[in-house]
Design a protein around this ligand. Sequence first.
Ligand SMILES: Cc1cc2nc3c(=O)[nH]c(=O)nc-3n(C[C@H](O)[C@H](O)[C@H](O)COP(=O)(O)OP(=O)(O)OC[C@H]3O[C@@H](n4cnc5c(N)ncnc54)[C@H](O)[C@@H]3O)c2cc1C
Length: 410
Amino acid sequence: MQNGQRRYAIVGNGFAGTTAAEQLRKQDASASIVMFTDEPYTLYNRIALPPLLRKQVAQAKVIIRDLAWHEKHAIDLHLSTKVEHIDFEEKVVYAGGTGYPYDALLIATGGRPNRCESPGAEGAHNVFNFQYMDDTLAISESLETAKSAVAVGGSFIAYELAEAFSARGVETHWLVRGPRFLRRMLDEIAGEMIDEAAREDNVHVHYEEELGSLVRSNGSVTKAITKSGKEIPADCVGVGLGLTMNTEIVAGTPIEVKTGIVCDDRLETNVKGIFAAGDIAEFYDPIADMNYRMGTWNNAGAHGKVVAINMAGGDMRYHDVPEYSSLLFSTQTITQFGISPEYRDDLEMVRKVDAEKKWYRALFFWKNRLVGGVLIGKGNRAGKRKFLEAIKAKTEFPPGEWESILDWTA
Ligand SMILES: Cc1cc2nc3c(=O)[nH]c(=O)nc-3n(C[C@H](O)[C@H](O)[C@H](O)COP(=O)(O)OP(=O)(O)OC[C@H]3O[C@@H](n4cnc5c(N)ncnc54)[C@H](O)[C@@H]3O)c2cc1C
């Protein structure tokens, strides 16, 4: 605190960091707020990157906060400036050769995509990750001339790549290591419904297949060879092989790191005055009584609000039900809320399938409480609000009632 003015530093200007900055300004009109990003952009909507790649929205629409907004709110944003080091004893953030003292610090650094390590990928002009604005622009340019493209991985990102390749009229192959998409969250029946949607969009899904190597000519990939020996022409390769959390700036400090930066339900770490939010935060969820990370847009924004209130001296608990919705090619949609077997392996499931309507509903229970679910199918989301309310209220349901709860969406 200097002359009574509180100083806040934020590392990362994604949805979590920027929402926190906005909320901090609402909490405290005179505080100094400094925010850093190693990207050259003000906040952009990461979930609009797939529509940008499909050429359904313009780049300008994807940028949701401009420099004028930061000036208006007196948020001192440093673009293209990586935070290299934080002195947690002296409470100083070092970036671009300058030290910035703080009273409270937020780490909202998210994750970076794992690179393709198959032989032939390193340095190739047409092998891409899909996480940043710059990735999107580069893939988009490559698709202008591509005839055949390969998406690699069983993640949502790999799905988004496959969908965009096919929407851009390119022959699309999708390599999924497991027996189905999102194998830890979805069962076989759900996997079949998604497979049908992929086939309707002419996407060739290769299950139980991994990328073996890439054949190159003049620095560009021309062909993908799978581990089982299939050869697929490839003018563009997109990989969705998960994220590595950007935790390096707290390495060697007392701050606890597991799958992300561990924090409590106020989003404060084990070091007082240091907070984490968004994808990087392994936060405590009182509903599931466990810490986990949740990589969704809504979660990042909700964290940003709560964390700012606590950084400013408040005492707000994060008590929300994470949810995620996405298209599944041009004929299906998926909504996931709460937790799934991906998070806890001691959940019990009930499910219902309507083949005619192409609906799939699965609910997950833990200790007689509804804790999560997955809905596939357009128009299948009507009762979702009721599910979310029951999860949040920790309502108990005897097992005999579980099947009938599925009909809340009917
Ligand atoms: C293509 C794509 C599609 C998606 N679709 C959906 C969807 O449909 N629905 C949904 O809910 N979620 C979706 N997500 C996930 C969602 O976008 C993320 O969960 C959310 O944006 C995370 O926000 P964040 O602020 O925690 O982190 P990020 O947005 O990752 O921001 C972190 C920022 O910090 C920067 N940074 C890292 N280290 C440093 C450092 N040392 N110094 C300075 N800056 C640093 C990073 O470069 C980055 O700019 C999608 C993600 C992608 C990539």
